[in-house]
Design a protein around this ligand. Structure first.
Ligand SMILES: [Zn+2]
Length: 205
C-alpha cells in the first residue's frame, strides 16, 4: 500500500463515479480513461485473477468483496497496487495488470490491498509507527494465497516469506516510503519535480 492524499483521493472519487462499472466475480471493477486502450485484456486478466482466488481461497475472496468497495484501474498508481482509504478501493496499474508474468501475482496483490481495507475499516491507521506491522500482515495474507497454489509462482512466494521475516520497521518510515514512491514515479517517466511533489503528498495522507 502507498497511501494517497485526501486531495488526490477526492479527484479519484470523481474518476470512480465517472468510470464504467464491470461486475466481475462479484467485484466492482472500473477503468479510468488511461486504462481503456487495454480494456479487453485488463478485463480478461481480472477475470482470471478472480477465478484463481475463487478456486483456491474462496473465503478470502468473499471477505474482499465485503471489505472493498471495488477496484479502480488507473495509470499513475504509486506502485503496481495501492489501497485508497478515503475511497475504500484498490487501485491497480493498468500496465502492470497486462504485464504481470503470472496471474497469481495480480490475485495476490488484490488480497494484499483487501487486507489493508480490512485493517483500515477496523480502525488501524497507517501511521509510521505501525506501518511495518500492517505491511507484514498484508504480505502474510498475500503469501497464504500464493501458498495455496501447488507450485511456487516464479519463486515469489519464497521471496515474499524472506522479506516478511527480515523486513525492519525502518523500511516503512516516512522517509523510506517517500524515497520508494519517488523512485517508482521516476521509473514511470514522471518529471523529477512532480515525482518529488507526489511522493510527499502520498506520505502526507
Ligand atoms: Zn501494503
Amino acid at each position: 500500500m502507498r497511501p494517497w492524499s485526501a486531495l488526490r483521493a477526492a479527484a479519484l472519487g470523481l474518476i470512480w463515479r465517472g468510470s464504467r462499472s464491470h461486475r466481475i466475480g462479484g467485484i466492482d471493477i472500473r477503468l479510468d480513461s488511461s486504462a481503456l486502450p487495454e480494456e479487453p485484456k485488463i478485463l480478461t486478466r481480472m477475470r482470471e485473477a478472480l477465478d484463481a482466488l475463487q478456486e483456491h481461497q474462496s473465503r478470502v475472496l468473499d471477505r474482499a468483496r465485503r471489505d472493498l468497495r471495488g477496484v479502480l484501474v488507473i495509470a499513475g498508481v504509486p506502485a503496481p497496487a495501492a489501497y485508497v482509504p478515503f475511497l475504500n478501493v484498490c487501485a491497480l496499474d493498468p500496465k502492470w495488470i497486462c504485464s504481470a508474468a503470472e496471474i497469481e501475482l495480480v490475485a495476490g496483490a488484490l488480497i494484499h490491498e483487501a487486507t489493508h481495507a480490512r485493517l483500515w475499516l477496523s480502525g488501524i491507521r497507517y501511521g509510521s509507527k505501525v506501518r511495518g506491522r500492517v505491511e507484514r500482515a498484508c504480505m502474510r495474507a498475500e503469501c497464504e494465497f500464493l501458498a495455496s497454489r501447488q507450485e511456487d509462482v516464479l519463486g515469489f512466494r519464497e521471496a515474499l516469506r524472506k522479506v516478511i521475516a527480515r523486513m525492519p520497521d525502518s523500511d516503512w518510515s516516512d522517509e523510506a516510503l517517500r524515497k520508494r514512491n519517488f523512485e517508482h514515479y521516476r521509473a514511470a517517466g514522471v518529471p523529477g519535480w512532480l515525482a518529488k511533489a507526489l511522493s510527499y503528498l502520498d506520505v502526507a495522507a
